[in-house]
Design a protein around this ligand. Structure first.
Ligand code: NAP
Length: 302
């Protein structure tokens, strides 16, 4: 008996089916096998199941056999259209009644809400989630996953889902919550990573060692973190006032960055955008306020 079985994981959902064995889907399976659960897998291209069968998974003969095998079905496919084409079929839905589906395919909030509506219609317990890390991190203590939807469904499979990452987090009963948070976290991910590449290009153009950037960036992290914290508080409290640095000062700062990038001959459209955001914020009358006032530029119009 494994540790997880001793802790009670085997009592409900001692078996699970995984649909989709791409780079991420395949990574979800080993933690379940390691914990001693009986695992059935299915993938359109059957050969991708082979390494998992070697670990102890059972490969389903077809999609119907896969969804029939277990009451807990974990889905990780390319997109919701692919998933819906497989699940939303008259010959499939009766087989799903009373089962729990955890949809881990990346999608938006509307897709999650539609998934929950479909599940309610066909009598399925539905959770929708987002995997906020890379396949090699799945199952590790740092791996962050967000799941939302039916509370009773979460309670029934919480122990199993936590096998997928030490930071598996239930973010509430609204089915779209996990996907909406995923969208914001990914926006941060891309925004920061592209800004990092812009910075690196500017340094490279001036023959500064990228390793020096790494050191300086580490030292700068507390400033970035306190700026994020203050920005979230200011947005939450609708109060952009402060005595640190006005939009006017930030305008001079981003204009200087833009000039430096242009002079270095590197791509600078990202910095051009920064400059435009600050100018638009000033034009709206926030010149004496702090940087979080630029949130007004991003808000839904009307
Ligand atoms: P992937 O390696 O491209 O795998 C895509 C999966 O979808 C495969 O199982 C593929 O089957 C299946 N598929 C595509 N079209 C299909 C169709 N018409 N019918 C049946 N199956 C079909 O992608 P992945 O990296 O595993 O990503 C899967 C999901 O995880 C995505 O929503 C992705 O955004 C999310 N995710 C990925 C990562 C990551 O780092 N990779 C991180 C977080 C979230 P075949 O093998 O037969 O092509």
């Amino acid at each position: 008996m494994t540790v997880h079985q001793q802790e009670g994981i085997g009592m409900k959902h001692s078996k699970a089916t995984f649909i989709g064995l791409g780079q991420m889907g395949a990574a979800l399976v080993p933690p379940f096998i390691d914990a001693g659960l009986q695992v059935t897998v299915w993938n359109r291209s059957a050969a991708k199941a082979d390494p998992l069968v070697a670990l102890g998974a059972k490969v389903a003969a077809d999609f119907i056999a896969a969804v029939s095998a277990c009451d807990l079905i974990i889905v990780c496919l390319a997109d919701y259209a692919t998933s819906n084409a497989l699940f939303h079929r008259d010959e499939i839905t009766p087989l799903l009644k009373g089962k729990t589906i955890v949809q881990l395919t990346t999608g938006d909030g509307r897709e999650a809400e539609l998934g929950a509506l479909w599940a309610a219609e066909v009598g399925v317990n539905y959770l929708d989630g987002a995997i906020m890390d890379y396949p090699t991190k799945v199952g590790g203590p740092e791996c962050l996953l967000l799941v939302s939807g039916d509370r009773a469904a979460w309670d029934s499979c919480e122990a199993q889902m936590k096998l997928l990452g030490g930071r598996m987090t239930y973010v509430g009963s609204k089915p779209s919550s996990a996907n909406l948070l995923d969208g914001s976290l990914l926006t941060m991910y891309y925004g920061n990573t592209f800004a990092l590449m812009q910075s690196a290009a500017m340094l490279e153009a001036e023959q500064v060692d990228i390793k020096d950037f790494k050191t300086a960036l580490n030292a700068f992290k507390p400033v970035i973190e306190s700026t994020w914290k203050r920005t979230i508080e200011a947005i939450d409290q609708h109060d952009y006032s402060g005595k640190e640095a006005s939009i006017h000062v930030h305008s001079l700062g981003v204009q200087s960055l833009l000039k430096r990038a242009r002079n270095s001959g590197v791509e600078h459209s990202l910095l051009q955008l920064f400059s435009e955001y600050v100018d638009q914020t000033a034009a709206r009358g926030f010149e004496a306020d702090e940087l979080p006032a630029a949130f007004e530029v991003f808000r839904r119009k009307g």
